[in-house]
Design a protein around this ligand. Structure first.
Ligand SMILES: Nc1ncnc2c1ncn2[C@@H]1O[C@H](COP(=O)(O)OP(=O)(O)OP(=O)(O)O)[C@@H](O)[C@H]1O
Ligand SMILES: [Mg+2]
Length: 314
C-alpha cells in the first residue's frame, strides 16, 4: 500500500491528540505501541509542534524505527522531533540529586554494589527513576508535546501507580514529596492522557477492554481513544458486501477470486466485531490502522502508519 492509499483511509472522526501536552501509549505486547507513538510524534511535528517521543528503559524499537542510536538524552531524529530511551541507571543520579542535593555523596552511593542490587530487586525504584526523568523533561517545557511509549499492559498499569505507591509507603519526607509532585505533574488529567492500541482478534480485544478498565481504576488520567492496528485495508460497505456475497456464491469453489472474496469478508467482519466490542465496552472512539503488507523495512512502515493516522489526528 502506498502512503497516498493509506492517507485515503479516513473516517469522519477526529482524534484530538495534541491538545494535551502528554500522551501515554499503551496496549498488549507487540501490538504496535512504539510504531504508533513514533508516527504520532511525526504528525505533531507536521503541525510544527516540538515533540519528544520516548521509551522508558526498553530495549529500543524507536532506534530501529528512526535508524539510529537513541539513549537517555533526547536526540533529534527528524525536524521538530527528539527521541529518547530513558535509562534508570543514567537517571538515578539526577533523581537522587533532586532529593538529596549533594552530588559527590550520591555518586559514591550510586556506585555502591548494595544499591545496585536494590535497584535490581525493587522494580518500583527503576520505574520511579524513569518517571522522574520524564518529569524533568515535562517541567523543562522545551516540548509542546511528549509522547510516551509505555510498556505493555500490566507493566504500564504498575508504572502509572508508582508515585501513589511511594506516597503510601513513605507518607512524609523528601521522597514522598517528590512522588506527590511527580503524580501531580506528569499524570495530571488536565495535561496528560492515554492512547490505547489493540489488534482486531478476539483475545487482544478482550485484553484491551480489561486494560482500559484497569486504567480507569489505576489513574485519574482519561483515555482518548483506541487505535485498532493491523486491521483490514478498509471496511466493506453495503455495495461491496453485496458484490462479495455474489462472488462467494457464484465463483468456482477453490478459485482465486472466491478465496479473495472470502478473505475480505472475513477480515471486514472481524474488524466490525472488534470495533463494536471495543467501542461498546470502553465508550472510546476507535481508529483503524490497516495492516501494512508490502513495506520495505521499519522506516517504511512508520511512514505509511503516519500517513494513515494523519486522516484522524486533529
Ligand atoms: N500496521 C502495521 N502493519 C504491519 N506491521 C506493523 C504495523 N504496526 C506495527 N507493525 C510491526 O509489528 C511489530 C511490532 O510493532 P511495535 O514494535 O511498534 O509494537 P510494540 O507494541 O511497541 O511492541 P512491544 O510490546 O514489544 O514494545 C514491528 O515489527 C512493527 O514494524
Ligand atoms: Mg514497543
Amino acid at each position: 500500500m502506498t502512503e497516498a492509499a493509506a492517507a485515503t483511509l479516513a473516517r469522519d472522526r477526529t482524534l484530538n491528540l495534541f491538545a494535551k501536552p502528554m500522551t501515554y501509549v499503551t496496549g498488549k505486547g507487540g501490538v504496535g505501541k512504539t510504531t504508533i507513538a513514533a508516527a504520532m510524534a511525526l504528525l505533531a511535528a507536521d503541525q510544527r509542534r516540538r515533540v519528544l517521543v520516548c521509551e522508558l528503559g526498553s530495549d529500543g524499537h524507536l532506534a530501529r524505527l528512526f535508524g539510529r542510536t537513541i539513549d537517555h538524552e533526547p536526540t533529534s531524529v527528524s525536524p521538530f522531533v527528539d527521541a529518547a530511551n530513558f535509562s534508570a541507571e543514567e537517571g538515578l543520579v539526577a533523581t537522587l540529586t533532586s532529593v538529596l542535593p549533594v552530588e559527590r555523596i550520591i555518586r559514591a552511593v550510586v556506585q555502591n554494589r548494595v544499591l545496585q542490587m536494590f535497584m535490581e530487586t525493587a522494580p518500583s525504584v527503576r520505574e520511579a527513576v524513569l518517571l522522574d526523568a520524564l518529569g524533568r523533561h515535562f517541567q523543562a517545557k522545551k516540548y509542546d508535546n511528549i509522547i510516551v511509549d509505555l510498556p505493555a499492559s500490566g507493566h504500564a498499569v504498575t508504572m502509572l501507580g508508582v508515585p501513589q505507591m511511594i506516597m503510601k509507603l513513605m507518607r512524609r519526607g523528601p521522597v514522598a514529596k517528590k512522588a506527590e509532585a511527580l503524580e501531580a505533574e506528569i499524570f495530571d488529567p488536565a495535561r496528560a492522557q492515554i492512547l490505547l492500541v489493540a489488534l482486531p482478534e478476539a483475545l487482544p480485544v478482550q485484553e484491551t477492554i480489561e486494560l482500559s478498565q484497569k486504567l480507569v481504576a489505576a489513574t485519574r488520567m482519561g483515555q482518548v481513544g483506541i487505535v485498532l492496528n493491523s486491521s483490514a485495508p478498509h471496511l466493506v460497505d453495503k455495495k461491496e458486501q453485496a458484490l462479495l456475497d455474489k462472488i462467494k456464491q457464484e465463483a468456482a469453489q477453490g478459485s482465486e477470486l472466491r478465496r479473495h472474496a472470502l478473505h475480505l469478508l472475513q477480515a471486514a467482519e472481524r474488524d466490525e466485531k472488534a470495533l463494536r466490542e471495543l467501542a461498546q465496552a470502553t465508550g472510546l472512539p476507535v481508529f483503524r490502522l490497516p495492516r501494512i503488507e508490502d513495506a520495505n523495512g521499519f522506516q517504511d512502515i512508520l511512514g505509511i502508519a503516519k500517513a494513515a493516522l494523519a486522516s484522524y489526528v486533529a
